[in-house]
Design a protein. Sequence first.
Length: 345
Amino acid sequence: MGDFVLAPGDGAAPQSLRIRQITLSCDADGLIGGNLILNDRFLETDIKLARQAAGILNGGISSGGSGSDPAPDTDGRVPAAPTGLIVQASAYLDQHGYAQGQATVTWGAVDSDVAGVALDPDGYEVYARRNLAGELWLMVGQTASGDLQTTVSPLVVGWEYAFKVRALNAGVKGVFSEPVVKLIPDDTTPPPVPSTPVVAARLGVIHVEWDGLGVGGVPMPIDFERVHVWMRDPLDAEDLGARVGYLDTAGTEVIPGQPYEADREIWLTSVDRSRNELTQSGHVAHDPAEEQPEPGRIPLPQPSIEPSLRRRKRTARVQWRNSERYIPELARHSGQPLLSCRRIH
């Protein structure tokens, strides 16, 4: 096996061919015979080429190519600018109840360099700045190659920001996309309508009590700041009301110095830290006829002229034109000064 013998080749000319297989046989008379299988010239050529390749590759084996052009080297190539940049802005409340802004930035994939040759970038960088002349661009996000979206937060509500993106290729920074400008919105959701206050009055002082809840017992949200107390004269069509106090939690607001025998209408509005203030609470009308003076005291009557007042220790004597005489007495109620009087018989 493997030896060479001369055998007829092309044109019946003798040619050296390798012995591939030997077959021996013996007939009934004991006569021994046999035949040879020789390699043909085509197989011999393949064996020679295989040995040459083995010597070149030091024993390695290679297969034929696919016929496609080899991919170009990516080192040093500058990625093209991303396209289709979209910015969506929104507001949210942080853990302290203050409005913060965020922007979700998306863009199209970069698949070539600046020369138009196919390229698969390593990732992307997102830059942003306040949209004012002279402001510096800052990198606010970085993504991997297949990630075409990032969220930037926190941002200042009410400010305009500009955003742009570029691709990266083996440390080479690509061309920036065209900037996109977006206004960061503020929180626009108003707090719940406050519950209707409880109103009581005595001696020209009105007490407005609030339970700290919204209508139906709803608690106030985390961004609640205060309720404003409003008052108007219900008999005056031109009186649209004025803000006379506020409460930042459940409690009582005191409105002193109100004239006797005058109707008053009271209501509340709730305000959050973004200054959202829309809906009014239920209105409460105060009827001065419902006021009850303290025992031993009477409401101070309205004088027909300005009284004259003389200091005398802690009391003062006031004389009205109708010759009625009273001793005014000063006191404090819920931190507010009160004036009552005692008739002199």
